[in-house]
Design a protein around this ligand. Structure first.
Ligand SMILES: [Fe+2]
Ligand SMILES: [Fe+2]
Length: 409
C-alpha cells in the first residue's frame, strides 16, 4: 500500500467511531475497497488539492459504500471502484471543465493495460465520459464506446456520479438534489465527517527560546530552516502532522529581564496558543535564559516559573479547544564552564552553571507532578563549543529524532 494513501491506514480506527464504516469494513465491499487502494496506480492520477489523490481516495470510499447500499455484484463493484480511481485522469487543471471525463475515457481506451483491468471496459468508459457533463447531455456516450449492455453503463454512470458528487463537500458545494440514490443522500453527514477526519492533522507547537528559533552561534543570525529543530521534526513526522515553531531569542519561563516583559514565556504564552489552537501536542523547552546572572534564580524558582507556564498553557487550551494537549517538557543541556569565556560571558556566571546543573532534577519532579512527558537533554546533547549556549545542526537532528519517536509512538 502506498504510504501517501490516508484512508487505508486510518479506516480501521474510523470504523470504531462510525457504525456505517464498521459495516462496510465487515463486508466484502470493504475488502474490495482495500484491494482497490492496493492496486491504485498513483502515477496515473492528476495531481492537485481539489481533484488529486484525496478526492480519489474519498470517491473510491463512497463508491464502495454505494455498491454495498445497492447490493452490487463483486464484478460490478470492482469496475465501479476502478471508475472512481481513474475518472479524473484526463484533467489538466482544476477549472470547471466539461471535457475532462471524455479525456479520461480516452486515456483508458488508449491504455491497453489500464483498459484490461475492467470487466466491462465499454460501460466504464461511457460512465467516465458522462461523469463530467450534466445529465441528458451525454446520451451519446454509450454509442461512442460501443456499449452493448446499456443497463451496465447506466448503473456505472449513476454510481460514479453519486460517489464523485458527494465529495463536493470538499469545496463546500454539494447540491444534494444531484444525488441519484436515496441511500447516497442519507450519507451526506458521513461525507462531512469523513472530510474532517481525512484533513485532520496532529498539531505540534514547539514553544521555546533561541534554540527553537534556530539561533546560529557561528553567524549570530538564524540557521536556514532545515537546521531548525521544529522544521526537522516536521520532516520526520510527515504530512499528517503540522509542526508550529514558536521560538524567541532570550525567552525565559516566567521571569522578565529588565524592560523585557515580552521575553517572559508566561507573558507570551496565552496569545500565542490562542492564535494556533487546536494543539494536540505542546513541546516546551526553556530554562537556559532563566539562569542569567541578573535574574539570580535558583533551579527551584525556574521550575516554579515553568509550572506556572505549563498550567496556564494547559488551562487555556482546555478552555479553548475542549481537551488538554499532551505536554512534552524538555530540559535543555546544562551550561558549561566555557560559557564564562565565550560571547555570553557577561550574562552568565558560575552560579548560572550550577543552576543549570540542578535543573534536570527539578524539571523531572515537575513533569511527574503535572503528568507531563519529560525529555531530559542533559547528558544526551551538549551546546556548541562556539558559544556554549546553542545547538549545533547535528544536535537539532538528534533532538527532533527523539521527539518524533515520542510523538509517533
Ligand atoms: Fe471529474
Ligand atoms: Fe471527480
Amino acid at each position: 500500500m502506498d504510504p501517501s494513501l490516508i484512508i487505508p491506514r486510518r479506516i480501521e480506527k474510523w470504523a470504531e467511531e462510525k457504525p456505517e464504516i464498521a459495516a462496510l469494513m465487515a463486508s466484502e465491499y470493504g475488502e474490495a475497497l482495500l484491494k482497490a487502494y492496493e492496486e491504485l496506480d498513483l502515477s496515473l492520477l492528476y495531481q492537485s488539492v481539489t481533484h488529486g489523490i484525496g478526492h480519489i481516495e474519498r470517491t473510491m470510499f463512497f463508491g464502495a459504500m454505494i455498491a454495498m447500499n445497492e447490493k452490487l455484484s463483486a464484478v460490478d463493484t470492482r469496475d465501479i471502484l476502478l471508475c472512481c480511481s481513474y475518472h479524473d485522469i484526463g484533467r489538466t487543471d482544476d477549472r470547471y471543465d466539461l471535457e475532462h471525463g471524455r479525456k479520461s475515457a480516452e486515456k483508458i481506451r488508449e491504455g491497453e493495460t489500464l483498459r484490461s483491468l475492467f470487466a466491462e471496459p465499454e460501460a466504464a468508459m461511457s460512465a467516465i465520459h458522462a461523469h463530467s457533463v450534466p445529465d441528458g447531455e451525454a446520451n451519446d456516450a454509450p454509442i461512442i464506446y460501443n456499449v452493448k449492455k446499456l443497463d451496465k453503463s447506466a448503473l456505472y454512470t449513476a454510481c460514479l456520479k453519486d460517489a464523485d458528487n458527494i465529495d463536493r463537500v470538499r469545496i463546500y458545494d454539494l447540491d444534494e438534489s444531484f444525488l441519484r440514490f436515496p441511500k447516497t443522500r442519507k450519507m451526506v453527514p458521513l461525507a462531512w465527517w469523513l472530510l474532517d477526519a481525512y484533513l485532520k492533522k496532529h498539531t505540534v507547537l514547539c514553544f521555546g527560546d533561541s534554540n527553537t528559533y534556530g539561533y546560529n552561534p557561528r553567524t549570530e543570525g538564524r540557521y536556514p530552516s532545515y537546521f531548525r529543530y521544529p522544521n526537522i521534526l516536521q520532516q520526520f513526522l510527515g504530512d499528517e502532522y503540522k509542526v508550529i515553531a514558536e521560538g524567541l531569542n532570550g525567552r525565559t519561563t516566567a521571569f522578565p529581564k529588565t524592560g523585557l516583559m515580552w521575553k517572559s514565556g508566561l507573558y507570551a504564552v496565552e496569545p500565542i496558543l490562542a492564535s494556533h489552537y487546536p494543539i494536540d501536542t505542546l513541546v516546551v523547552m526553556l530554562g537556559t535564559n532563566d539562569c542569567a546572572a541578573e535574574l539570580e534564580l535558583e533551579a527551584s524558582d525556574i521550575a516554579n516559573g515553568m509550572e506556572k507556564l505549563l498550567v496556564t498553557a494547559r488551562d487555556l487550551l482546555l478552555e479553548k479547544q475542549g481537551f488538554e494537549p499532551r505536554i512534552i517538557l524538555i530540559c535543555p543541556p546544562h551550561l558549561e564552564k566555557s560559557i564564562m569565556t565565550g560571547p555570553f560571558a557577561e550574562e552568565m556566571n558560575r552560579k548560572s552553571i550550577e543552576t543549570s546543573l540542578a535543573l534536570p532534577e527539578m524539571y523531572g519532579k515537575l513533569a511527574k507532578k503535572l503528568s507531563c512527558d519529560y525529555l531530559d537533554l542533559d547528558g544526551k546533547i551538549r551546546f556548541s563549543e562556539i558559544d556554549s549556549e546553542h545547538l549545533r545542526p547535528f544536535d537539532s537532528y538528534r533532538l527532533a529524532g527523539m521527539l518524533a519517536e515520542m510523538i509517533i509512538e
